[in-house]
Design a binder for this molecule. Structure first.
Ligand code: OAD
Ligand code: ZN
Length: 244
């Protein structure tokens, strides 16, 4: 994308943003890439290195919980020392300046919260929470590493990461909150997601159908780039601060 074209798109989005009453944002792994968190599908992506079916499905966990926990312990270790980047911080600042703001994220790294964002919907759970496989109690646990097979404090059963795996459905309350935000917003910004995993992938299109203007910020074109009203090609850590 030509530099001038990018500038014009940023200007257009900036005007829409500061005129909006209700803003929804959807983020994916791309927003955390500049913090050092690996994405899933691009160059160096996690699903290039590992098979998701071996590590991020309920079947994988039943078959080999130690292996799955080893993977999540490794991801916790990797993310723990990392900091939010200017993209995360810009979103936290935008939230303070617009009347209504909802941040819907597919990320489990907790970096939006670290950056100061408040109204966050975590579609795919959180790396720092664990859930009992029997009594379903969810607790925050930031210890690293967790035991090979961590146990629930209330009932002693095996804990699992409080994340959504392939083949699992999203929590209904979480999904409903996301659809409320999408249905009510007048502007939606879709950032750093490849648009390959449902239901998040179609949220931008739904917002557009509901009458919102939809903008995308991504390093590369996605299947939705031509569908949205504005498509900005660039790094979120460089583009988002320009909206302020
Ligand atoms: P992907 O890895 O599929 O896509 C990352 C996107 O970010 C790509 O479109 C990149 O072009 C873009 N990108 C990379 N660096 C960027 C940067 N600095 N600025 C802007 N964009 C950048 O990640 P997601 O779309 O988040 O789910 O993946 C969706 C879901 O698939 C994840 O939540 C996870 C995964 O399997 C589960 O584990 C359930
Ligand atoms: Zn329990």
């Amino acid at each position: 994308m030509a530099e001038q074209e990018t500038e014009a798109c940023i200007k257009e989005l900036r005007e829409k943003l500061w005129g909006a009453r209700d803003v929804a944002v959807l983020t994916g792994a791309g927003i955390s890439a500049e913090s050092g968190v690996p994405t899933f599908r691009g160059e160096g992506g996690l699903w290039k290195q590992f098979r998701a079916v071996d590590l991020a499905t309920p079947e994988a966990f039943s078959r080999d919980p130690k292996l799955v926990w080893e993977f999540y312990n490794w991801r916790r270790e990797l993310v723990a020392p990392l900091s939010p980047n200017p993209g995360h911080f810009a979103l936290a600042e935008i939230e303070r300046r617009v009347p209504r703001f909802t941040l819907i994220t597919q990320n489990i790294d907790g970096l939006h919260e670290k950056a100061g964002s408040r109204n966050i919907i975590e579609l795919h759970g959180n790396l720092w929470r664990v859930r009992c496989t029997r009594c379903e109690t969810v607790t925050e646990d930031r210890s690293i590493p967790l035991p090979e097979l961590p146990a629930c404090e209330s009932c002693g059963s095996l804990l699992r990461p409080h994340v959504v795996w392939f083949g699992e459905i999203l929590e209904p309350q979480v999904l409903n909150a996301a659809y409320d935000a999408i249905g009510g917003c007048d502007l939606m910004i879709v950032i750093g997601t490849s648009g390959t995993v449902q239901p998040a992938a179609s949220m931008g299109v739904q917002a557009k159908r509901n009458g919102a203007a939809v903008a995308e910020i991504n390093l590369e074109p996605t299947p939705y780039s031509d569908v949205y009203n504005i498509s900005i090609s660039g790094k979120s850590g460089e583009m988002l601060p320009q909206l302020l």
